[in-house]
Ligand binder design. Structure first.
Ligand code: PMP
Length: 408
C-alpha cells in the first residue's frame, strides 16, 4: 500500500525510532499519549539553550531581546497554524489540561453562577470533564452530558432540546481519545451559537492529525498540547476569541502579567500576557514552533491521508480476527482505534505486545465514563503518527494474532 508520505525517510528524523526493545525494532503506536520528537525539534531546543537562553519579556540586553523575539515568533507560528485572527488570542500553557482549567477557573470568577448549565459529552477525557464538574460544584451549576450511540457517535439530533436559557457553555472534544471518532464540531458550534452559547473544543487529538482553522470553525476556545504534536512535554496552547479573553480574569498572578502594582491594587497587562504569569516555558514554546514548521514542511493534509490509510488498513486487518472487537468501527475516525480481544484483559494484551516491542496503550485512557457506557474495563488503543508504516501495522496484527493464541 502506498501512502502520500515517505514514512521510511521521515523515520530518519526521529532518533528514538531506531531504539531496539528486547532486541527487536521498536513499533511505537502510542502516539495519542505522546508523539516522539524529530531531530528538527530537539535541535531547535538545544540551539536555544546553547545560544539564546535568557528570560523573555524581562530585560533589554541582547540575549533577553533574542529570547523574547523567539518566544513571540513561536506565538505567531501557532497563530498561523490554527488560523487565529491575531496573536493576542494565543496563550502558552503547560498543556491541554492547563488550558481547560484556565478557562474553567477564569469563567468561574465572573461568568458561571448558580443554576447555570454546562454541557459536555459522554466521551470527554477527564481533563475536559473534571474541571467543569468542579466549577459546577463551586457555583451550584449543573453538568449536562450529550450521550454517544453504539457506534461511538454523538447523539446531537436533538441537541437544541438540551439548551435552556441557563446553558452557558459547551465543551467538547474534537476527536475522541478512546475511539478516534471525529465529532461534528462545526455543526455543534453553529447550533450553539444560534443560542449564544460559547463552545470550547478540546483539540488534543486533532491538532497534529487534521487541518485546523479556528476562524472557520468559529469556536470560542481551542486547546491543545505540544507533546502530542512532536513538541516538548509540559507545553500547550489556549486559543480564545479576543472578545472572551478580554473579559476573562487571570487565574495565576505574579511577574510578567501586570502593568502596575501597589499594596492596594494591581492592574493587569494586556492580552495575552495577563494569562502568562511567571517565567514561561520559553524553550517549550519554541519547540511547538519547530514542530509546526516540521509538520508544515510535510503538509497536514498529507499527514492526515497517510494516517487515514494506516487506520483503515489496521481496522480491516484487526477486524478479520474473529476474536477481536473493534469499537466505533463504522464511524469516521482520525489517528487511532480501540479494540479488545474477547474475554481477555486489555492489560494482558498490551503486555504480550510489549514483549514483541510493540508499544500500545491499554486501560481507560482517562475516560472512565466511556468504559462505563461500553460496559468494559478498558481497551487496547493503537494510535498513529506521521512516521508509522504499513509494515508496523503488519507487525501489530501478527502480534495480536499471537496474543489471541496465547490468551484464549
Ligand atoms: N484531552 C484529550 C482528548 C486527550 O487525549 C488528552 C491527553 N490524553 C488530554 C485532554 C490531556 O492532555 P495533557 O495531558 O497533555 O494535558
Amino acid at each position: 500500500m502506498k501512502t502520500p508520505l515517505d514514512a521510511q525517510k521521515i523515520r530518519d528524523d526521529f532518533p528514538i525510532l531506531q531504539t531496539r526493545v528486547y532486541d527487536k525494532p521498536l513499533v511505537y503506536l502510542d502516539n495519542a499519549a505522546t508523539t516522539q520528537k524529530p531531530r528538527q525539534v530537539i535541535d531547535r531546543v538545544i540551539s536555544y539553550y546553547y545560544q539564546n537562553n535568557s528570560n523573555a519579556h524581562r530585560a533589554k540586553y541582547f540575549l533577553a531581546e533574542k529570547s523574547s523575539e523567539l518566544y513571540e515568533s513561536a506565538r505567531e507560528t501557532v497563530r498561523k497554524f490554527i488560523g487565529a485572527a491575531n496573536s493576542q488570542e494565543i496563550i502558552f500553557t503547560s498543556g491541554t489540561t492547563a488550558s481547560i482549567n484556565l478557562v474553567a477557573q477564569s469563567l468561574r470568577k465572573f461568568y458561571f453562577k448558580k443554576d447555570d448549565e454546562i454541557i459536555i459529552t459522554e466521551m470527554e477525557h477527564h481533563s475536559n470533564l473534571v474541571p467543569w464538574q468542579m466549577v459546577c460544584k463551586d457555583v451550584g451549576a449543573s453538568l449536562k452530558v450529550i450521550p454517544f450511540d453504539d457506534e461511538g457517535v454523538l447523539r446531537i439530533k436533538s441537541l437544541e432540546s438540551m439548551f435552556t436559557e441557563k446553558t452557558r457553555l459547551i465543551a467538547v472534544t474534537h476527536v475522541s481519545n478512546v475511539t478516534g471518532v471525529i465529532n461534528p464540531v462545526k455543526e455543534i458550534i453553529v447550533r450553539a451559537h444560534a443560542y449564544n452559547i460559547p463552545v470550547l473544543l478540546d483539540g488534543a487529538q486533532s491538532i497534529s492529525h487534521l487541518p485546523i482553522d479556528v476562524e472557520i470553525l468559529d469556536c470560542d476556545f481551542f486547546v491543545f498540547s505540544g507533546h502530542k504534536m512532536y513538541a516538548e512535554t509540559g507545553t500547550g496552547v489556549l486559543y480564545g476569541k479576543q472578545k472572551w479573553l478580554e473579559q476573562m480574569f487571570p487565574v495565576q498572578y505574579g511577574g510578567g502579567m501586570v502593568l502596575s502594582v501597589d499594596f492596594d491594587n494591581t492592574t493587569f497587562a494586556d492580552l495575552p500576557f495577563r494569562f502568562e504569569a511567571g517565567t514561561q516555558n520559553i524553550a517549550g514554546a519554541i519547540s511547538i514552533a519547530a514542530a509546526i514548521d516540521y509538520m508544515n514542511d510535510i503538509g497536514i493534509n498529507a499527514i492526515h491521508s497517510h494516517e487515514k490509510q494506516l487506520l483503515q488498513y489496521a481496522a480491516d486487518a484487526l477486524g478479520d480476527i474473529d476474536q477481536v472487537t473493534l469499537y466505533a468501527e463504522s464511524a469516521t475516525k482520525s489517528g487511532l482505534l480501540s479494540f479488545n480481544i474477547n474475554n481477555v484483559s486489555p492489560f494482558d494484551v498490551s503486555m504480550i505486545l510489549d514483549k514483541m516491542a510493540i508499544a500500545v496503550r491499554s486501560g481507560t485512557h482517562c475516560a472512565q465514563p466511556v468504559m462505563k457506557h461500553l460496559g468494559i474495563d478498558g481497551t487496547v488503543r493503537v494510535s498513529f503518527a506521521l512516521y508509522n508504516t504499513v509494515e508496523e501495522v503488519d507487525v501489530l496484527v501478527k502480534g495480536v494474532r499471537r496474543a489471541v493464541q496465547i490468551l484464549q
